[in-house]
Design a binder for this molecule. Structure first.
Ligand SMILES: NC(=O)c1ccc[n+]([C@@H]2O[C@H](COP(=O)([O-])OP(=O)(O)OC[C@H]3O[C@@H](n4cnc5c(N)ncnc54)[C@H](OP(=O)(O)O)[C@@H]3O)[C@@H](O)[C@H]2O)c1
Length: 293
């Protein structure tokens, strides 16, 4: 059997294993324990809401987890700057901004560094308490199968998830440094954890999150001098376009194990709120669990 055919057969069982592992990881945390199935520490309580408010900039705020994060922050009384590649098509985000004067919409494309610089310049007098780097792409899963790797696709995934996110972080360092809370968040993924690797699917996406983790960890070391906290947070397995595209590619037909964008956003924000300076650079799940690199 050609290698690519056996690889395809491997997909379904691999993803089933991944899903079971994800459920196993989540269960003890949901039960309120202090260790997960992987015996990692539960550092923060994902259900603990704080009263703190400030200004947050959320990238990819027009849909998926980014939209839910934007809505949740707005509901908590934060000032929210939501970015979208195509604001004119961001109907739900625009409706939110129309009904809440603390929510605004800005254009930004991670592939267009000039758009990042332009936004940083436009907001130069705005201290940003939380820079929430949420936007990312998985890339076309079919172009990530060994034997037919598409290297242009690999470059695009890296350009958005790694270069674009680091450029965004670099451009907004001073805005964050000028704020009270001084937090830079990378929405990463357990898929970027080499120690947690259980299947060979979507390697470009996984590699991009591993690279993002290292890039943000490096920034954490330098940004510490400006008292900036860098948080790396995985949002869980969430029912979004991205996750469903991954499931479609795998052929997974088992029970639904995903959480909603609302559940993810609530936990992610609670976890972000609990990061203090001593936690800078730590890689956590939305459950508050410390993840292995
Ligand atoms: N869903 C999950 O289970 C899961 C698990 C682990 C980690 N994550 C991470 O969570 C974050 C959000 O994922 P999601 O599931 O909500 O994905 P999604 O539904 O596919 O949404 C992705 C968002 O990123 C934006 N985006 C894509 N390319 C962009 C670019 N070049 N410049 C600016 N924005 C761009 C999209 O805007 P357009 O609408 O214009 O395309 C969209 O707003 C990502 O970092 C993802 O890696 C998700």
């Amino acid at each position: 059997m050609p290698f690519t055919s056996s690889y395809r057969l491997f997909r379904i069982s691999a993803l089933t294993t991944l899903c079971i592992a994800m459920l196993a990881m989540a269960a003890p945390a949901l039960a309120g324990g202090h260790k997960s199935a992987g015996q990692q520490d539960i550092l923060f309580d994902p259900a603990k809401r704080s009263e703190v408010t400030g200004t947050v900039l959320v990238t990819g705020a027009n849909r998926g987890i980014g939209l839910a994060l934007t809505k949740n922050y707005a509901e908590r009384g934060w000032t929210v700057i939501g970015t979208a590649r195509k604001p004119e098509k961001a109907e739900e985000l625009n409706a939110l901004a129309a009904s809440n004067e603390r929510v605004s919409v800005e254009r930004m494309d991670l592939l267009d560094h000039a758009s990042i610089d332009a936004l940083a310049e436009k907001l130069r007098d705005v201290p940003i308490d939380v820079l929430l780097n949420n936007a990312a792409i998985m890339g076309d899963a079919a172009k990530q199968d060994l034997g037919s790797y598409d290297y242009d696709e690999m470059a695009k995934v890296f350009a958005v998830n790694v270069s674009g996110t680091l450029k965004m972080t670099e451009a907004f360092l001073d805005h964050v440094a000028a704020s009270e809370q001084k937090k830079i968040v990378g929405i990463t993924s357990v898929q970027g954890s080499i120690q947690s690797l259980r299947d060979p699917l979507i390697p470009f996406y996984k590699m991009s999150k591993t690279a993002l983790n290292m890039g943000m960890s490096s920034i954490a070391k330098i940004a510490k001098r400006k008292k900036i906290i860098v948080a790396l947070v995985s949002p869980g397995a969430v029912d979004t376009r991205m996750m469903n595209a991954a499931l479609d590619h795998s052929g997974y037909k088992g029970p639904n194990f995903m959480i909603t964008t609302e559940e993810s956003a609530e936990a992610v924000i609670n976890v972000i709120d609990q990061y203090e300076r001593k936690h800078t650079g730590m890689f956590l799940a939305h459950t508050g669990e410390v993840l292995p690199w």
